[in-house]
Design a protein around this ligand. Structure first.
Ligand SMILES: NC(=O)C1=CN([C@@H]2O[C@H](COP(=O)(O)OP(=O)(O)OC[C@H]3O[C@@H](n4cnc5c(N)ncnc54)[C@H](OP(=O)(O)O)[C@@H]3O)[C@@H](O)[C@H]2O)C=CC1
Ligand SMILES: Nc1nc(=O)c2c([nH]1)NC[C@@H]1CN(c3ccc(C(=O)N[C@@H](CCC(=O)O)C(=O)O)cc3)C=[N+]21
Length: 299
């Protein structure tokens, strides 16, 4: 193996420390405790793990965590009423509605009901528009976490060829905006893309956000490239019957043999997502109180 393993878990710990320091100052100097509300509809076991991790990290950073678990068949008006209450609640500075939602709920309607100032996921149409036009916004946590790791590894990203596999609203598209903002030449590939292997082989930066276990093999990776694996896939354990294992969208071993740097799963993008969520919540809290924005949390 040649590649440097980018340690997202360690990097996330430094971001979380900075967030905790800012929270301490907000409490001491202004008597304010940032609060994050997470809404989970239904019983998706993977989502429950994320919600638990987020709640734990929120408390560890000294913030308040409010969890709302609703039945899978919750009618849309009931969910919208909860969001309206959270929008109006001064103790709540950030609101995250866990996706995907059950099929009877329209994610666009639900996400756009969140007060954009509290939209710490950065999914509200107004934050998407601000990001797309290079204005100050809430930046989606997963792409932001990826960008921070890339900047840390490369310094400047200017002029690099970036290929993103996946065009979702929550990862692929905002990732493209952020990389464009850092002057990469960006290609977004998806399920209809022709010659995907060839396109990937052109990438100085390859971002996999597909949701297919170990789909991208090492021979799609340009020698020396940086590979960011966003995928979180639970597969049956190869040896231990009945157990499961977490893998990314990249075939780690073959990719690490040719890449210059690669993020592992677990311990890569996932922990950075949570750290950026905490950072966004502190930023939202400071803005809500008209205080100067904390600097350097995510740089
Ligand atoms: N680590 C973290 O913090 C996070 C991890 N994730 C993980 O990232 C992965 C992607 O998530 P998300 O963006 O929400 O997923 P979506 O299912 O919303 O999007 C997947 C994308 O991959 C594309 N795709 C599917 N099959 C292929 C294929 N064979 N070749 C090329 N492209 C393909 C789809 O194309 P098309 O549009 O044409 O259908 C789509 O654009 C998942 O594993 C998810 O669990 C997600 C969020 C955060
Ligand atoms: N509105 C919304 N916002 C999201 O940001 C969002 C979402 N919905 N739905 C689901 C995806 C997925 N996601 C993850 C966050 C952290 C880890 C994470 O912490 N992973 C750890 C370990 C996980 C484990 O061990 O199970 C790791 O990769 O090391 C993973 C995945 C956020 N998402």
């Amino acid at each position: 193996m040649n590649a440097k393993i980018i340690d997202g878990k360690a990097f996330a710990a430094t971001v979380r420390d900075r967030v905790a320091g800012t929270v301490e100052r907000l409490k001491a100097e202004a008597g304010i405790t940032p609060g994050l509300a997470v809404v989970l509809v239904g019983e998706d076991p993977a989502s429950e793990v994320y919600v638990r991790n987020k709640g734990k990290a929120t408390l560890e950073a000294g913030m308040n965590s409010y969890e709302h678990k609703l039945d899978a068949d919750t009618p849309e008006p009931e969910l919208l009423a909860l969001i309206a209450r959270l929008n109006a609640d001064p103790a709540v500075h950030g609101i995250l509605v866990q996706l995907p939602l059950p099929p009877h709920l329209d994610p666009d309607v639900v996400i756009n009901a969140i007060d954009p100032a509290k939209d710490v996921d950065g999914f509200h149409i107004s934050n998407v528009g601000l990001l797309g036009t290079g204005q100050k916004s809430m930046v989606p946590c997963t792409p932001l976490g990826c960008l921070l790791m890339l900047r840390e590894h490369h310094g400047s990203l200017s002029g690099l060829n970036a290929v993103i596999v996946g065009r979702s609203n929550i990862v692929g598209k905002p990732m493209a905006q952020l990389l464009l903002g850092d002057s990469c030449t960006v290609t977004i590939a998806h399920s209809r893309t022709r010659n995907l292997a060839e396109i990937c082989r052109n990438a100085d930066i390859l971002i996999a956000a597909v949701g297919r276990p170990e789909m991208i093999p090492g021979d799609w990776v340009k020698p020396g490239a940086t590979v960011i694996d966003v995928g979180i896939n639970r597969i049956p354990h190869p040896r231990d019957k009945g157990k499961t294992r977490l893998v990314g969208d990249v075939d780690f071993d073959s990719a690490a043999a040719v890449a210059g740097a690669v993020t592992p799963v677990p311990g890569g993008v996932g922990p950075m997502t949570i750290a950026c969520l905490l950072a966004n919540t502190v930023t939202a809290c400071s803005r809500a109180h008209g205080l100067p924005e904390p600097q350097g949390l995510t740089s």
